[in-house]
Design a protein around this ligand. Sequence first.
Ligand code: ADE
Length: 350
Amino acid sequence: MIISEDNNEKIINKNQNLAPKKQDFDMSYERNIRPKNFKDYIGQESLKKTLKISIEASKKRSLPLDHLLLYGPPGLGKTTLATIIANEMNVEIKITSAPSLERPRDIIGILMGLKGGEILFIDEIHRLSKVAEEILYPAMEDFYIDLTTGKSQTVKTMRVPVPKFTLIGATTKAGALSGPLRDRFGIIHRLEFYKDEELKEVILRSAKILDIQINDEAALEIAKRSRLTPRIANRLVKRASDWALVKHNGVITLDVAKEALDGLNIDNLGLDNTDRELLNVIAQKYKGGPVGIETLAVAIGEDVATVEDVYEPYLIQSGLLERTLRGRKITNNGLKHIGIKQNNNQMSLF
Ligand code: ADE
């Protein structure tokens, strides 16, 4: 069973007897298509292989799994993997995120509420406050926390045990984690971008669950425009299904998929308007770069973290953008993609 903020939200809605909002439909959609075990989880083969061994070993020893850090770009399935691990270990998982653990009592409350063997999942763990981190260290290492009571001269510290648990931390920025926190994870894994063929399988699986009719070539077309990311693939197949239902007979064929994605301004590499704007700004306003990340973020009206976490990783992975010590540069492939020709360091539109 998963105890999470999502579930609380659902219970509140039920008690107030409110009609579900569109967002709730989307969230329950998402819960339904999320794989619940390794068998249904497509991709990340080497990670699955090593995780299965760690899980089996910890079951044989009747001990909780070592603390695990999952890192990589957003949308690749870090939360999904954590819930699968809980299912495979037959334990409960409590899901939270670092920004909601600001005060010492937030993290203390969660740690003291855990039962033996349970998994605590902390998303965006690089955003944990210093105090929360310091409370976590002895909890992770020796399963106790130090509680302080009183003020200045009368301050007393009490050592309180917490149940043996597994912390699964997820982050898009492994480099932003403090050394001492990173060192307390026994298992550290990076999630890789997906291959088009894997995303095609993700799309076909989700379509089946959601009763969406789609053929193989349409699924591959959507996969190719999903920025190597299953969360995006699942979103695009739903939008293509809307398009097919309203404009055609409900079936997503290759032509319908292309029409729908073109209609959403998602190009053949999966770039949206913001990605193209980012490349255009570097090419035209900054003559190809290098340009600093702050300047770039301001120029396209996004914050630095969004540019770094959401837009850049895929643009770099697809060879359209380069990160150099002096800033971001557009590559020749990037220029070609947005229709700008480079000759003798001069740029002109194709
Ligand atoms: N939905 C999102 N990610 C998935 C994955 N890796 N496998 C199957 N379905 C998914």
